[in-house]
Design a protein around this ligand. Structure first.
Ligand SMILES: Nc1nc2c(ncn2[C@@H]2O[C@H](COP(=O)(O)OP(=O)(O)OP(=O)(O)O)[C@@H](O)[C@H]2O)c(=O)[nH]1
Ligand SMILES: [Mg+2]
Length: 440
């Protein structure tokens, strides 16, 4: 299978910190607390978009960060929420969490969205912590950290355009001249025996090109694996029909053109309806060959009458290839516009949204692991613990007190003491060290 892959790092925004603030009015020495809440951090969201065909854009930029929430302010002013960052990917992209190698989402329809990293929560300001006994709380909650994830995106490539033609006319050479693909090229028939794919990158668009093995007379009846290849052609949106314009093998270009048209028609009349551009190749050797110019004029006259667009090119020298690909991109865009006009799905349909499972749904959420590091420090880890730890504001006594209370009342300190924790010992959470001293 032909797969396009990209790996990116995404990070949602941290929630804004709650504010510690007190009302100040003339002649009122100690006003009440009025620190506002922090805003929520922006999430990182993937969205399937029909106009995109490859993951190329993602390969240029590896890191995506959503905006953080704004901190809360005095006078009960809330911080503004950070904006979500929307990453557009082609329809059919599959998202995989690289750390766990687990499936996240399959964005199989246009407009489908997936929240891959949820923004951090805003911390509450000190005005939230006032109660009958605590008139002047001097602490606020810190916003929680954003999530960071490494996401592997995979897209099965489906050819937009098929390159067809008789053997040895330069189909693989054209693929190689217009994409990064490296197909085998040689001066004999049936060099290519299975389709090759490549991505054509233009300044404002890209598409997938398939080099289909040579078709011969009788292909529709199965000659030269013709059936398999014609089936492959059926799945493409349009065709580039390569003809040896120089007649280097002693045939007339018009005859070649009609042979292929005839096989397509015999296989399925629908194939004939596929938009087609003719690529008249090997024009670099037309001049030298006797009668070649006249034979070529016979073909171009026919194409003009039939209204079939064509380009004179030399795939080997690269001439005319860019013009051909630009025209192909234009036709492809037209085909897609027509396709979308008929029954386009609504964008951003909320029912199609998927969310990351909430942390509380996780059975291991409250579990805490204790281990002892080489230097004797007691290292703690666990999802719930980390969540509280991440939202701790270490410059704020009240916030630290909250973490302390969690450790004590959650029974963690008791468990540590059973393992030998004493005064002056170190408790480590992530890379943060605390010295433990018993209050009593
Ligand atoms: N002079 C000239 N030779 C070309 C040009 N394009 C391709 N060739 C030569 O034609 C021969 C066949 O080219 P390929 O690209 O392998 O042709 P193909 O259509 O893929 O052939 P099959 O896979 O066998 O069907 C090679 O020797 C190429 O170097 C061209 O524009 N000018
Ligand atoms: Mg080939």
């Amino acid at each position: 299978m032909f797969v396009d892959k990209a790996t990116i790092v995404i990070k949602s925004g941290k929630g804004g910190d709650g504010a510690v603030s007190f009302r100040r009015e003339p002649f009122v020495p100690n006003g009440g607390p009025n620190g506002g809440n922090g805003g929520k951090g922006g999430s990182v969201v993937f969205e399937a978009a029909q106009g995109l065909r490859t993951l190329m854009d993602l390969r240029y930029m590896k890191k995506y960060k959503a905006q953080p929430g704004q901190d809360g302010m005095g006078s009960n002013k809330f911080g503004k929420g950070g904006e979500d960052l929307v990453i557009k990917v082609p329809v059919g992209s599959v998202l995989i969490d690289e750390a766990t190698d687990s499936f996240m989402a399959d964005l199989s329809e246009d407009g489908m969205r997936f929240v891959a990293a949820l923004g951090g929560k805003g911390g509450r300001g000190n005005s939230n912590f006032k109660n009958s006994v605590r008139q002047a709380p001097n602490f606020a909650e810190a916003g929680t950290q954003g999530q960071e994830r490494t996401v592997l995106i995979e897209l099965k490539l489906i050819a937009d355009i098929g390159i067809i033609g008789l053997p040895n006319v330069g189909k693989s050479t054209l693929l190689s001249a217009s994409t990064g693909a490296n197909p085998k090229i040689a001066n004999y028939h049936f060099t290519t025996i299975s389709p090759n794919l490549g991505v054509v990158e233009l300044s404002n668009t890209s598409f997938v090109l398939a080099d289909i093995p040579g078709l011969i007379e009788g292909a529709a009846a199965g000659a030269g694996l013709g059936h398999d290849f014609l089936k492959h052609i059926e799945r493409t949106k349009m065709l580039i029909h390569v003809v040896d314009a120089s007649g280097s093998e002693g045939r007339r270009p018009l005859g070649d053109f009609n042979t292929i048209q005839g096989e397509m028609e015999a296989y399925s009349p629908l194939l004939m309806k596929k938009p087609q551009i003719a690529a008249l190749n090997k024009t670099d050797i037309v001049e030298g060959a006797a009668g070649a110019a006249e034979a070529l004029a016979e073909l171009t006259g026919y194409l003009d009458r039939e209204g079939i667009e064509y380009f004179k090119i030399s795939a080997a020298a690269g001439s005319g290839v860019r013009e051909l690909m630009n025209a192909a991109a234009g036709r492809l865009a037209e085909i897609e516009r027509e396709g979308t006009a008929a029954g386009a799905p609504a964008w951003g349909d909320q029912s199609k949204w998927m969310r990351v499972s909430r942390v509380e749904d996780d059975p291991d959420y409250r579990e805490i692991q204790i281990s002892q590091d080489e230097d004797g420090a007691f290292a703690l880890s666990g999802k719930h613990l980390y969540k509280i730890f991440d939202s701790t504001n270490f410059n704020d006594a009240g916030s630290l007190g909250y973490l302390n209370k969690f450790l004590v009342s959650g029974g963690i300190i008791r468990m540590l003491k059973e393992r030998g924790l004493g005064d002056g010992d170190t408790i480590r959470i992530k890379d943060f060290d605390m010295e433990w001293y018993d209050d009593e």
